[in-house]
Ligand binder design. Sequence first.
Ligand SMILES: NC(=O)c1ccc[n+]([C@@H]2O[C@H](COP(=O)([O-])OP(=O)(O)OC[C@H]3O[C@@H](n4cnc5c(N)ncnc54)[C@H](O)[C@@H]3O)[C@@H](O)[C@H]2O)c1
Length: 464
Amino acid sequence: MTDSTTPAATSRRSFLKTTGSVSALAGVALPPVHAAENNTLQVALVGCGGRGTGAAINALSVTNGPIKLVAMADVVPAKLNSSYDKLKSQFASQVDVPPERRFLGFDAFRQAMDATKPGDIVILGTPPAFRWVQFSYAIEKGLHTFMEKPVTVDGPTTKRMFQLADLCSQKNLKAGVGLMVRHCRARQELLQRIRDGQIGEIVAMRAYRMGQGGGTAGPRPADVSELTYQIRSFHAFLWASGGVFSDYYIHQIDECSWMKGAWPVEAHAVGGRHYRGNSLDQNFDTYSVQYTFPDGSKLFFDGRNMKGCRDEFASYAHGSKGSAVISTLSHAPGMTRIYKGQKMPTVTSRKDLPLPEDPNLVWAFPQPEKSPYQWEWDDLTDAIRQDKPYNEVRRGAEASLVASMGRMAAHTGQIVTFDQMLNCPHEFAPNVDKLTMDGPAPLTLGPDGKYPVPEPGIKTDREY
Ligand SMILES: NC(=O)c1ccc[n+]([C@@H]2O[C@H](COP(=O)([O-])OP(=O)(O)OC[C@H]3O[C@@H](n4cnc5c(N)ncnc54)[C@H](O)[C@@H]3O)[C@@H](O)[C@H]2O)c1
């Protein structure tokens, strides 16, 4: 545990001060940092939950050179232990993490990174609130980084991430962001076909992430600290995750913006809490956002977290000459397709597959496809080994900001522009780098026993 007076905290503070003036480093030739002499990439895993463990599996599955896991960190012992057991059982010879390199607590990320050497890789699979803190230390240690999305949840941390992205490049470190669809070969081919004009100009886009719930939080068990409770239920709390909006919806907002070739400049949205019951979370059940691109065309995004309703998970582009399917049912496989005109079948269940013959179908990416979760690791480690430029952090922060922009528009009932979101001074967890296990949490219960929730039209310049 670190308080703000320890050397680690002090050096981190001075480091962040440096990141505030990254131009000081511009033009300084720094030696390339790449795979260790013996060619084995060492990996530290920080945040050993579902996705962190999944990312470690992808890391250990690359075939472009030797790679091994050497350190692990988490704040919950059971999470670390089950992740270790799973990884060891699948990759016995590549998992070299003795008990003395398994670290627990808020400082564990530093200890895990200290157990590696410059040119190794750290996986950041923690909730997004911790991203800038842990990425700062990774850069300081000369590590390449794979970080999960979202990478920010508000304006101030997005600005910080932009600075860290620049610093990362200046130190010739590689950084991947878990918007894995960008590495999907089916989506890449679709993008090329869209750029080649096969559907004409994109005039409208639609995306849906409608499922059977998520992001709720029951009462805190008496034996769990307030902070641990909020971190465990991180989808419930905006400071920790940006809520289900940022955490779930970012993928489709990102993939549509990628296909369009631009970030939306503003968002206009509605949403509400209908059936949250006794849940103490800060999310809405429904969100509907109209994003506007610089050319005036729109992306209509619908999110719903509600049982008993029709589910849909899909992204579509409508062009002046035809239409395209970007995602069907899930992130993987993409099943990308191009159709003549604007008619395409709606697929809401695996039972709808295989798709029937369709006279309007112009092109479909051949199945089966390799998982984009594996491609993103193949690409990152290839860039490290070949010393190719590779830094996805700025665009990951932009995607995170665009997600926050739609969320804030729904939560406040106002139109929110890209610049307003970036310059919104509300930092949800300003002291996230100073948290201690037994210290206070960034969000406190009100006298009514509830956490603050967004109130559109009443709270208009901040979300809670
Ligand atoms: N790219 C994708 O498709 C995808 C899919 C799932 C999750 N994710 C992202 O991965 C991240 C983690 O999600 P998850 O589903 O794995 O959650 P999870 O709860 O399963 O895992 C998070 C882990 O981080 C640990 N942790 C929390 N704070 C920590 C800290 N300060 N230091 C060290 N460890 C800490 C938790 O104890 C937990 O083990 C989120 O950002 C999420 O959006 C991405």
